[in-house]
Design a protein around this ligand. Structure first.
Ligand SMILES: [Zn+2]
Length: 352
């Protein structure tokens, strides 16, 4: 009979295996069992198992990383978060929030963070693709060949500023991203759920995605805003769980979509009365949710007409390079459309 003690168990943890099978030829000490269980490894007695326990075939490419980080990376808590990240990635992709490999999701795990890898569609993630990083964004653990998202610093900027943030979700949902591109802050006093569960949604000025500057800027906005539009880029939200961060994304994009549809209607331009908005904010305060309007008087809420913000907007101040579209003749417009179509076709031909 072979003795399998704590030292052997510690070596086994380093292989990154998820399961330990042993038979009656192996004497597993209680201490060794504790080491395995604490590292999130399933211990299975299997009378049919042969020889010395070894990493199962599935773990042929063991997770790389420091031993203590690996124990955390393979813990039951990490497994649950990895499953949640995969599921929310799937929901983002199904709802058309991410194009190509865009978007990323992360979750706080002890002093570190789990995050999606770079270069993978959020609709086709698997739990073993999720990476572990430290507070500086350095990858501590992960299965080859997966490398952490290039935008992890944006997430970390939020985690550093908001201890209550358990998860961060970044995506490029069409409607909210359109608001981010247009530089329009979605107005308030129109939908109660948005007031309570998201609140005001600022537009952060454009910074290089994943840069330290972006991280600092998001850190400044996140304590009072759970959803932030990233100028000319996308949306980032934080929540008290992976699903909560995703919900903020869903509410933000649905709201921007509703605003866009409402702006097309012959509207009576009704709003939630300011004293009613005040009641919603009082409720929000009791729920412990952040909002930059907490403490304001009813008269200070909805002081500018939210309908003005989504309809009769002033013309963009950018200097037009050609004649304004309404001054173009049909022939000029047709020729412009043809030129653009030719350029797109030529570009497609190059990238095929
Ligand atoms: Zn992005």
């Amino acid at each position: 009979m072979k003795l399998f003690a704590q030292k052997e168990a510690a070596d086994f943890v380093k292989t990154g295996a998820k399961e330990f099978r042993y038979n009656r030829d192996i004497r597993l000490t209680p201490g060794a069992r504790d080491v395995l269980v604490e590292a999130g490894i399933k211990v299975v007695f299997d009378a049919g198992a042969t020889g010395v326990p070894a990493a199962p075939a599935a773990a042929a490419a063991p997770a790389a990383g420091k031993p203590d980080a690996l124990a955390l990376f393979n813990s039951p808590e990490a497994k649950k978060l990895k499953d949640d990240i995969v599921e929310m990635g799937r929901r983002c992709w199904i709802r058309d929030y991410n194009d190509g490999n865009g978007g990323n999701i992360s979750a706080r795990l002890g002093p570190h963070f789990l995050c999606t890898p770079t270069g993978v569609s959020k609709g086709f993630l698997k739990p073993d693709m999720v990476c572990l990083v430290d507070i500086d964004g350095n990858q501590l653990a992960g299965n080859a060949p997966w490398k952490r998202t290039s935008e992890i610093l944006s997430h970390i900027g939020i985690y550093k500023a908001v201890p209550a943030a358990a998860s961060v979700c970044h995506a490029h949902p069409i409607h909210a991203t359109a608001f981010a591109m247009a530089g329009i802050e979605p107005p308030q006093c129109l939908i109660p759920e948005v007031e309570v569960f998201v609140g005001t949604i600022p537009v952060a000025e454009y910074k290089t995605p994943g840069s330290p500057e972006m991280s600092v800027l998001l850190g400044k906005l996140a304590p009072q805003h759970q959803a932030i539009l990233m100028g000319n880029h996308g949306v980032i939200t934080w929540g008290t769980s992976v699903e909560d961060a995703y919900f903020k994304m869903e509410i933000t994009d649905s709201y921007c979509r509703t605003l866009w549809v409402a702006a097309q209607l012959p509207s009576k331009r009704t709003i939630i009365p300011p004293d009613e908005v005040k009641k919603l904010l009082d409720m929000k305060q009791k729920m412990g949710l952040p909002d930059d309007r907490l403490g304001l008087k009813a008269a200070q809420l909805c002081d500018c007409d939210p309908w003005d913000q989504i309809t009769d907007r002033p013309q963009a101040s950018a200097t037009p390079t050609g004649p304004a579209p309404d001054k173009m003749t049909n022939a000029e417009l047709e020729s412009l459309v043809q030129k653009l179509t030719d350029q797109v076709v030529a570009q497609l031909g190059k990238s095929a």
